[in-house]
Design a protein. Structure first.
Ligand code: C2E
Ligand code: MG
Ligand code: MG
Ligand code: MG
Length: 281
């Protein structure tokens, strides 16, 4: 097709940024239609409780299977959705989809789990975010504790006063708040004291070489200890080996998420996974 010849042409004389931005522009154009064309889905990655060994909860992760481009990673399309403003309708759709899924699982008799949803800065800056999520939960007859909202340090610190108000409203409404990719952003930790945070998600970059890298061991241990002193929970991301899980368990980390326990699963595969779990305590 013409577009692809164009891309190949770019690659021929300029293998750098221009090709990247040509792809970005073309992807953004496709993304505009992704919702209407039902190309977006949500998968659910189980999280393991390190105290009892059972299910801690799950994280909802967006997937885009484009008719034109095939599967596109969220690491690539979420930034495009953010810069084009599409993240607002897409983010609303994710929240609605997760809430409806929770209600359906309840109706099917699954234990009442908590699902974490990622929020980007643009969504977080919306003045009525707390009311919107509350209304969605109320319409589906779900309690606020069933949803956890994940935001990064950068989102929390962009406009600290507005962020504090939004987090306060979400927390007042009973929703749990998690800081995603903890330790990779600006490490002004005073916000942990002022903000109504419940959970720190230790970034995968500190977990990857946990078996061999003393710096990562020191950082992970320090995050867990600090969180415990502040009365916050910790969850480690990207846990792939038994050695990583044992290190984290021994240090008092509350939960893990990663390929060792489970990959992100379709809604029906996730329900099957939950049914094979020992009963929640
Ligand atoms: P994240 O929120 O930090 O999500 C965790 C990422 O780590 C996911 O990548 C997950 O598939 C991956 N992962 C989980 N366990 C392992 C493991 O053991 N090893 C490795 N190597 N990776 C693991 P994914 O699904 O590609 O998502 C990437 C990022 O895209 C997310 O990072 C999040 O920042 C963003 N994202 C995904 N869904 C949404 C969404 O609905 N809304 C927004 N705003 N952002 C989203
Ligand atoms: Mg996340
Ligand atoms: Mg994360
Ligand atoms: Mg991450």
């Amino acid at each position: 097709r013409v577009k692809q010849e164009g891309r190949n042409g770019f690659r021929f004389f300029d293998p750098g940024m221009q090709e990247h931005s040509a792809r970005a522009l073309a992807l953004s154009a496709s993304l505009r239609h992704a919702l209407a064309r039902q190309e977006l889905t949500v998968v659910y990655q189980p999280q393991q409780d390190l105290h009892g060994g059972g299910l801690y909860g799950a994280e909802a992760l967006l997937r885009w299977h484009s008719a034109q481009w095939g599967p596109v990673s969220p690491a690539e399309f979420i930034p495009l959705a953010e810069s084009s403003g599409l993240i607002v309708p897409i983010g609303d759709w994710v929240l609605r989809t997760v809430v409806q899924q929770l209600a359906q699982w309840d109706a099917e008799g699954l234990p009442p789990l908590r699902v974490a949803v990622n929020l980007s800065a643009v969504q977080f800056a919306q003045p009525h975010l707390a009311q919107t999520v509350q209304r969605l939960l109320h319409e589906s007859g779900l309690g606020p504790r069933r949803i956890e909202l994940e935001l990064t340090e950068a989102v929390a610190l962009r406009d600290p006063e507005a962020a504090r108000r939004t987090m306060e409203a979400l927390s007042q409404a009973g929703m749990r708040l998690a800081i995603d990719d903890f330790g990779t952003g600006y490490s002004s930790m005073s916000y942990l004291k002022r903000f109504a945070v419940d959970l720190l998600k230790i970034d995968r970059s500190f977990v990857r070489e946990l078996h061999s890298n003393p710096d990562d061991q020191a950082i992970a241990t320090a995050i867990i200890q600090m969180a415990r002193s502040l009365g916050l929970h910790t969850l480690a991301e990207g846990v792939e080996t038994e050695a990583q899980r044992e290190f984290l368990r021994a240090r008092g980390c509350d939960a893990i998420q990663g390929y060792l326990y489970a990959r992100p699963l379709s809604a029906s595969a996730f329900a099957d996974f939950v049914r094979t779990q020992p009963k929640l305590s």
